[in-house]
Each structure stands twice: as structure tokens, then as C-alpha cells.
Design a protein around this ligand. Structure first.
Ligand code: SF4
Length: 363
């Protein structure tokens, strides 16, 4: 298979759907970890096709959705300083912090530049030596190699005016936290194929062994997802718990060695607070001591905010499968993509945005 259309073939999809229904003797509850998978499941009507056969819980794999409010608040504070330009991916601009979003402060004159790559932010620093350029580094292990590269480039260029607000998160500790929760409903995981492209999937062995549940590394196209679901269901029906790789055309067991080495060279594992979850042990990456001169948290002092999280957004309940986005009382009323109350309605990978855009089309 070489072309995208082959992974969207309706006849092949129907065969897989029929096979999933045929082998399923009772409803099973699976979690697709990545927001990109959620969007594909909703966009292509797979979630509704499998209703009553397989329940899909939309997991925490949307990095924008889990970036903590205080980090967004600090980014807003930085952007409002006269001497700073805050560089960020576009998705982050509309994510609400406790006192508004980056877009809100931009309308009052804050200095914010949307960039497509962390290296664009390094270039900004070279071009604007009179300004401090801070890059808001969010994302899972998939984006960490690019931000690590930016740090190395800034070091090579001897830039004194570049730093990063690092909010990188790690997906496996979040999966473990979900499994440890007393109210856990997840019986098998579709692991996020793109994270495994970088990090490999060998580390999931311990998850499979310790919690005795199937983990299938899965891609993002309809046939990828259906194959991943079928592999999970077959294991569950057989009482098995194995690690499988559905996304073998891109994912190797050890991942991308060069990218992993780069991440390890620049970052170390740390505890991190996730929006909706609280602190997840080992749930993030921070700069290693030798790179901390590029750490915006050290270069600038956050102003402590007395504003509490107003708690309207029910993203935790959604990411643990206890409610679906339309069951949130704010869905489509006070919370829409144009006027989001929570990050899952903002992001291109957010579960609430996926339901808002695609669920109606499938009903
Ligand atoms: S609909 Fe809005 S408020 Fe409700 S969970 Fe989703 S993002 Fe949060």
C-alpha cells in the first residue's frame, strides 16, 4: 500500500466492520489515545458504526487540550511584556487560560507570532536581537525532537535572546494514571502511532504485563483504526493481553533512534501538571540542567495569579469516558469552536471539536 486512498477504501472498511461485529460477543470499551485518531473515527463515522459493539473513549492525546492553565497564563504574561515576543503554534492561541487566551491578550497589543516550526522562532530571535523571543513548546514526544533541535540551533548561534516555555507531555504515564483510577473503564488501548514513530513501543511491554490489557499501536486512517480495533477485540475475546503493532509501515519497535537521542540529550523526564488531570508523575519533559539557560521559567518570573480554575469544562470526564462531549451541559451552547470554554473545543485534535464538526454529519 502506497497511497492514502488505499487506507480509506470503503469496501475494505466494510469487511473490517463486519469482522469486528462478527467476532464481538459483548460490548468492549477501548480508548484511542490520540486526538488525531478521535477526529478520524468521528469524521469517517466509525464510532457511530460500532455503537453497541465497541465503545470508544476519546483519550488524553491532544497536547493542546492538556496544556495546563497556569502555563497558558504565563505565556500571556510573557506576551504582554514590552521586551518579549511570544512565538507559538496557531492552535494554542485560542486555548483559554484562567484569565483569557493568547488571542485575547493579542487584541490588547501583546506581541505574539504564530510559527509553523520551532526553528522559525530561532530565526525570529536572530532577526530581532533587541527582543527576547520565547517559544511556547507544547506537545507530546512527537514535537519534542523539533524543539530540542531549536535549542541546539540557538546554542550554536550563541543566541542570548531565545528561550522556551517548555510544556511537553509524555503519553505513557497518562495511560498508566487512567488505568490506576478506581473508576477506570478502559479495557484496551489503541496507542498513538505518531508518538511511537519517534519513541517506539517497547516501553508498552510493562503496561501490558502489569495491567493485563491489549495495547495495539495504531495509525490514523480509517483502515488503520479498524484494524487496530479488530486486533484489540480479538485479544479481548480470547482473554489475551499482548502488544501489537498495526502501524508497522511507519513504526519500528525502538522508534527513531536519532530523534530519541536528540530528545534525551536536551530533555529529562519530570512530573507535570496536566489540565483536567492534575500532576502526573513522570508526565512531562523539562530541559536538562546544561540547557536551562534557555528556560523561560528561569529567565522570567511568573506573576502568581489568584484566579482559580472556574471548573466549567468537563474535559476530564470526557477523557476518562464518563461522559461524551454532547453530554457536557455547555456543549454547543456556551461552548462552541467560535467561543470555547475549554481546550477540547479549540484544538484541531480536541474531542469536543470533533463531535461538534462531525457527529451531526453522521447522525
Ligand atoms: S463542551 Fe466545552 S466545556 Fe464541555 S467539556 Fe468540551 S470543551 Fe469543556
Amino acid at each position: 500500500m502506497k497511497y492514502l486512498d488505499e487506507y480509506r477504501d470503503p469496501d475494505a472498511a466494510k469487511l473490517l466492520l463486519d469482522e469486528i461485529r462478527r467476532v464481538t460477543s459483548r460490548p468492549w470499551t477501548l480508548m484511542e489515545v490520540c486526538g488525531g485518531q478521535t477526529h478520524s473515527l468521528l469524521r469517517h463515522g466509525i464510532a457511530s458504526e460500532l455503537e453497541g459493539t465497541v465503545e470508544l473513549i476519546h483519550g488524553p492525546g491532544c497536547p493542546v487540550c492538556v496544556t495546563d492553565e497556569p502555563d497558558v497564563d504565563f505565556a500571556c504574561q510573557l506576551a504582554q511584556r514590552q521586551d518579549v515576543v511570544l512565538a507559538s503554534f496557531g492552535d494554542m492561541l485560542r486555548v483559554p487560560g484562567r484569565s483569557g487566551s493568547l488571542l485575547d491578550v493579542q487584541t490588547t497589543g501583546a506581541h505574539i507570532r504564530t510559527v509553523y516550526s520551532p526553528l522559525d522562532a530561532v530565526k525570529l530571535a536572530r532577526q530581532n536581537p533587541e527582543k527576547q523571543i520565547v517559544f511556547f513548546a507544547v506537545g507530546f514526544e512527537t514535537t519534542a525532537p523539533a524543539t530540542a533541535l531549536a535549542i541546539q540551533q540557538a546554542d550554536q548561534d550563541r543566541l542570548e535572546n531565545f528561550s522556551m516555555l517548555v510544556s511537553h507531555v509524555r503519553v505513557q504515564p497518562a495511560m498508566e494514571m487512567l488505568l490506576q483510577a478506581p473508576e477506570n473503564r478502559v479495557q484496551a488501548f489503541l496507542a498513538a502511532g505518531h508518538v511511537c514513530t519517534v519513541m517506539g513501543y517497547e516501553s508498552y511491554d510493562s503496561l501490558v504485563t502489569q495491567y493485563r490489557l491489549p495495547v495495539v499501536v495504531t495509525g490514523f486512517e480509517p483502515l488503520d483504526l479498524l484494524e487496530g480495533i479488530l486486533a484489540c477485540v480479538r485479544q479481548l475475546e480470547a482473554g489475551a493481553a499482548r502488544l501489537e503493532n498495526q502501524y508497522a509501515r511507519l513504526v519500528k519497535p525502538a522508534g527513531n533512534r536519532a530523534a530519541r537521542d536528540l530528545v534525551q540529550h536536551v530533555y529529562q523526564v519530570c512530573d507535570r501538571s496536566w489540565r483536567g488531570f492534575g500532576v502526573i508523575p513522570n508526565g512531562g519533559l523539562e530541559l536538562r540542567p546544561e540547557w536551562r539557560r534557555f528556560d523561560a521559567r528561569r529567565r522570567f518570573t511568573p506573576i502568581q495569579s489568584s484566579i482559580e480554575d472556574i471548573g466549567e469544562c468537563q474535559s476530564y470526564e470526557i477523557m476518562t469516558g464518563h461522559i461524551r462531549p454532547p453530554q457536557c451541559p455547555h456543549f454547543g451552547k456556551h461552548c462552541t469552536p467560535e467561543s470555547p470554554l475549554g481546550a477540547p473545543m479549540v484544538s484541531s485534535e480536541g474531542a469536543c471539536a470533533a463531535y461538534y464538526h462531525f457527529a451531526k454529519a453522521n447522525n
